[in-house]
Design a protein around this ligand. Sequence first.
Ligand SMILES: Cc1ncc(COP(=O)(O)O)c(C=O)c1O
Length: 407
Amino acid sequence: MTLANDLDIEQTRAHFPALRSGHIFADNAGGSQVPKDVVDRISDYLLNTNVQVNVDYSISIQSTQRVAEGRAAAARLLNAAKPEQIILGGSSTANMENLLRQFDGDVNAGDEFILMDGEHEANNGTWKKLAARTGAIIKYWHPVITSPENPFSVVHRVEHLTPLITPKTRVVAFSACSNILGSVVPVKEISKAVRAEAAAKGAQKVDISIDAVAYAPHRRIDVQDWDIDFCMLSFYKVYGPHAAALYVRSPVHPSSSSVAHELVYGSTGILPYLLSLTPINDLQATFDAIASHEKSLVDPLLAFFTHPEQRARGLMIVGSEDAHDIGRVPTISFVIQGENPIPSQEIVKRINRKGGVGIRGYKYSCTTEDGVQLSLDGGVARISLVHYNTVEEVHKIIEILKEIIYT
Ligand SMILES: Cc1ncc(COP(=O)(O)O)c(C=O)c1O
């Protein structure tokens, strides 16, 4: 019997035909694998209801309904109050860019946007472009270094965000989880602190914009509880097809959405898949079970990376090293520096050349609160796992890493 808090890993993996190959998918932050039911829905749409929507013949009524179901399902995944608060599109970056194009008249020169330093362009570049069009000013929320032994152990703390708020603050944009650093950022707590500080300083209207793309596969999103204004979710990172949903607090017209209808219908398979992971059909229970399983993946990886032997070899995590931090997802970025460094691209190449496993490298740069520029010109190597990965796979990855590092 499966307890509410336990994943039946074999049953979970059986949903994903791609996992049968035995390949270790360790680049999930780039995009996850897709359960068969999601794929079946895409082909069902194309095979049976592929007609123009919004016409009054029976098949069009069905296809219109299927697209509407996609918006409603995305609303449930984000816990939005209404489907009318969801924009669907090809990607989170495109959704945000399209939305912010409509905001030029809402922003005044001198308004201030606070952005999380080092974060993805989707919630960073889009706001910067709006600032460039309107004369708004960009300020950065920088991370701090948390381990004296590792200059790359960076984490963003709320106490360095709130002092940036002034009466002119108009936007605070950050990620609920970085696709590089892997720490879960306490959105609710931060949103509360931002709103209190903004009220105390007389900021009239502060929009909070959350990038939940790298967070969504690991933890439950709740835009209402978080009290936020925008939230990005890319289906292809959370067991769905290559499309995305954007939550906007003020309802938007369905015509703001532009995306392949078969992918919208396919995305309705994500929620039933997630709910099937525990016997109690509850999204919070699903994500509790996912968090608990993922901790069993994070722990051996962090133990390996922070072991004195690896430290002496120059192996360093880029992000939080805290093994006991329940807010750590199994996205582990790292570099090898010291006396015998290996460039990150070379690490990635050597691991992938082994065969049977796939990871990737990624660019990352940020400046710490103390003004230290992290020198990661060669980028990081990144292992990113999700709940369908197994502890056995983690041990295989560690064996491969050892071979590469010590031979
Ligand atoms: C944290 C994060 N935000 C946003 C995005 C962009 O998502 P999309 O490809 O849907 O624009 C990505 C993609 O890698 C990401 O990792």
